[in-house]
Design a protein around this ligand. Structure first.
Ligand code: 87F
Length: 530
């Protein structure tokens, strides 16, 4: 079991947050922010990290994602190269989610990247706030385009005109489409790999139903899949809940989300969202149908998405001072086998044992590789694969060979076990299962230690100062949320609502709102957030 100090929520208070942007984003410091230029391209050295997670979280994060070979910085700010070590994680989550939505009879499709200005305008009411983030193509070669073309920041305006065309009668419903694609949002706040980038990968689901109850049911079914991605695959505890009116997607009826928490920065992070759009877009895009009674009706719509942000949350939650820590279920290499040669050892026999170990485990369905390079020492290889977060290392030396065993070392807690070759598959399977569970348990203990339940404004301010995620009774009034934001505005950013958990603690009669003193309607999570 990985050990955690349950009393301490975030123990990086000594160094404090360098600056809001830095701590929040994990963006590189000025000294190396310009990478992408030739001088800045740093060669892999295999030496350890120069930043500690608890001392300098932002710098630590930038260093880990690069040294762990997940991303490379690019010469356009906010854009990152996703390396194979990242893409495999994305593909594993994709395989799970894609199979699950296919069981729900949702079909994949692909709509164009470009949006015509006319169609974008049709959604102008709610796009207004987002407009500065829309990127435009204005030229081809040297000539200006007659009409500039937008690059999709999301695909409502791209898809819904065709929903209007394709949906005629109740037999055309439900229409349930998903696409896996990239989107571009030209953000101006500090970029952070995975967490806030100008281009990112996601899936966006867009569905249309004849009735609200079908839509409501799907919203929660999808949200449960998002919970499973976080909890079962990434080993990260999340809270399922409903967004406040202020924080919901303005174009929709209501928004549900899974919310994660980053103890080191004391910030909540929206993990994924599942919206019921109601009939707002149906009105805007005239998505009508003839119902069973032969009357004209409007469809009920949902939209939902999760993105490569999931991967950033995983790095932030599990990574340590040696680098990445990958949960076995998403690791592209679950076990790395390393030969440990000694003087006078039968090297061929050790190499053969390594290959045999890889083959046995591969055949049993695990993702296993051997590092047989002869130009690196075993010690260098240990650090290298620790940096990359491989959950389990198997070492094979002359003594192991003589005893028909291998030595297994866990990445998460450094525990070492000698495994007899005859038990290899069974014990590796158990260890990987155990690592997956330990990572979740450790993350949950740490997250839970960061939750404060408060009843009064003073307790709220105190908890916020301690970078907590705060559960408080709230009157559910927009003005009060705006007021809390205004009153907590500061260098570190204001507090806002994260979500009202579906799993509500009891709210005794007469409980009052921590901020307004009015009768409380529900328990809500508050905190600073990404
Ligand atoms: C940025 C620029 C333009 C978010 C934007 O959450 C438009 C938007 O509409 C925008 N940033 N949004 C909201 C996206 C809502 C919704 N879209 C489908 C989702 C799930 C997937």
């Amino acid at each position: 079991m990985a050990s955690v100090d349950v009393k301490k929520c975030n123990d990086n208070t000594k160094s404090g947050e360098k600056s809001k942007a830095n701590a929040k984003s994990g963006e590189k410091s000025k000294s190396n922010a310009k990478s992408g230029g030739k001088k800045e391209v740093k060669k892999e050295t295999g030496l350890g990290l120069s930043n500690r997670k608890d001392e300098n979280f932002g710098e630590w994060y930038s260093e880990v994602v690069v040294s762990g070979e997940m991303i490379e910085y690019y010469d356009i700010s906010g854009c990152y190269i996703l390396r194979p070590w990242t893409m495999t994680i994305w593909e594993i989550m994709q395989a799970f989610f894609d199979a699950e939505i296919k069981k729900m009879k949702i079909k994949n499709c692909y709509f164009p990247l470009f949006v015509s200005p006319g169609v974008l305008q049709r959604e102008k009411d709610h796009i207004e706030g987002f407009a500065p983030e829309v990127a435009w193509v204005t030229k081809s070669g040297e000539s200006d385009l007659e009409v500039p073309i937008a690059i999709r920041p999301t695909s409502e305006t791209v898809m819904y005109p065709y929903y209007s065309k394709w949906i005629r009668g109740h037999r055309d419903l439900p229409l349930k489409l998903n696409q896996w694609c990239n989107v571009v949002r030209w953000e101006f706040s500090h970029p952070t790999p995975f967490i806030r980038s100008r281009e990112f990968l996601w899936q966006e689901g867009h569905t249309a139903f004849a009735t609200q109850s079908e839509a409501d049911e799907e919203v929660l079914e999808i949200l449960e899949l998002y919970r499973r991605i976080y909890e079962e695959y990434l080993a990260i505890p999340v809270v399922k809940g409903k967004k406040s009116e202020l924080e919901k997607f303005a174009g929709g009826l209501y928004t549900t989300s899974v919310e994660a928490f980053i103890p080191n920065t004391g910030r909540g992070i929206q993990g994924a969202t599942s919206h019921c759009l109601g009939q707002n877009f149906a009105k805007m895009f005239e998505i009508n149908f003839e119902n069973v009674k032969g009357e004209k009706a409007m469809v009920w719509q949902n939209s939902w998405a999760y993105s490569t942000r999931t991967i950033g949350v995983m790095v932030m939650v599990h990574g340590d001072d040696k680098g990445l820590v990958l949960p076995p279920k998403v690791a592209s290499v679950q076990v790395i086998v390393i030969p440990v040669p000694y003087k006078d050892a039968d090297m061929q026999a050790i190499f053969d044992a390594c290959s045999a170990t890889v083959n046995t485990l591969n055949e049993a369905g695990f993702r296993v590789e051997a590092d047989l390079r002869d130009n690196y020492s075993p010690g260098w290889k240990y650090s290298h694969w620790e940096m990359k977060g491989v959950p389990l290392r198997i070492e094979i030396g002359p003594k192991d060979l003589a005893n028909s065993q291998v030595r297994a070392v866990r990445r998460d807690n450094s525990a070492k076990v000698d495994i007899p070759m005859v038990n290899l598959v069974k014990q590796v399977k158990d260890m990987l299962t155990n690592i997956q569970q330990s990572l979740f348990d450790a993350a949950k203990l740490k997250r839970d230690a960061c939750i404060d339940v408060v009843k009064t404004w003073d307790e709220f301010i105190e908890a916020l100062g301690q970078k907590k995620m705060i559960l408080a009774p709230w009157c559910d009034e927009e003005e009060v949320e705006k007021d809390v934001k205004a009153r907590t505005k500061g260098e570190m950013g204001a507090a806002k609502t994260l979500c009202s958990p579906f799993d509500q603690p009891e709210l005794p009669e007469g409980t009052i709102c921590f901020a307004s003193g009015k009768p409380a309607k529900k328990w809500t999570y508050w905190g600073r957030s990404y």
